[in-house]
Ligand binder design. Sequence first.
Ligand code: BTN
Length: 327
Amino acid sequence: MDRKIDELLFALMQNMTLAVSGERLARSLGVSHSTLVRWVDKLRKAGVEIRGELFTGFRLIRLPDVMLPQLIRTRLHTQSFGRNLYHFYEVDSTNAFASRLLNHGRKIPDGTVVIAESQTAGRGRLGRNWHSEPESGLYFSVIFRPRVPPSLAPLFTLTAAVAMHNAIERHTRLDVDIKWPNDLLIGGKKICGILAEIQAEVDLVKTMVVGIGLNVNHQKLPEEILQRATSLRIASGSIQSRLEIFAEFLEEFENLYRHFEKAGPASIIEQWTEHSSFADGREVEIHDGVKLIKGTTRGLNSLGALRIEGKDRNIEEVYSGDVIAWK
Ligand code: BTN
């Protein structure tokens, strides 16, 4: 975790109009000069523009768009989600780090969030990669322990999809669609993906890590995904605040999660259905990992499985898979 580097950046942000002596910074952070210089380099590599050097003093050139815990906290209205934060300038994958945290056996509070400015090995569903450019997207994982059997776990990824849908629409006024099970689309192109990983006993989920990747301020996406993906900036024509969307998402996710715990998943299924053009009457082809299923969507069952009506009028309930074609 880059907590000390966050402190350094925060100190520079408090003094934007002047150069802060390297001597003073090193002393207040309790580190050697060489460590300070190494940290400044790390911030520069992460895209933060810092002028100067140790003996002339350091000065921030522009306010960087960094998900500093110090800034996140001032915007959070949650009880527990996001209150315990691990922030990285670079990490392999926030989901992988969250799993390592859990495997270390330390008590990790529910609602702990791991967030990174960029990932070197961002993971997507079905073994794919997740493009994780610095300063452009939101890449984070939320850890929690729903007291439910593993069969209900997919409902929490639908919950996350609904929460992100609501946060983006509220913040940007863009029209967001949910593609089953939990991709978010704008104008038919993907802006957000969710990767849930669980540790479970036979009849109880022990921990759940819900990893979310959202394309926010990308101006251009790599050639290989250009046809299928977009960002909020491309779709809206303006820069969006990662901080605001993140804080809004966590509040929404926590509220939906608490409601789910108290009242069950009916309202999640209802909201998902309301916000997804895939819920009903869409002709789709789904690969469930074993076979191809073709048919027309007929809503979700009470466990979040998609009901597909085939040509023979029989209904098949699909619990996981990928919609590979749709009309
Ligand atoms: C998908 O394939 O649609 C799911 C993508 C999930 C990407 C996010 S980015 C943050 C978190 N850490 C990861 O390694 N993956 C998820």
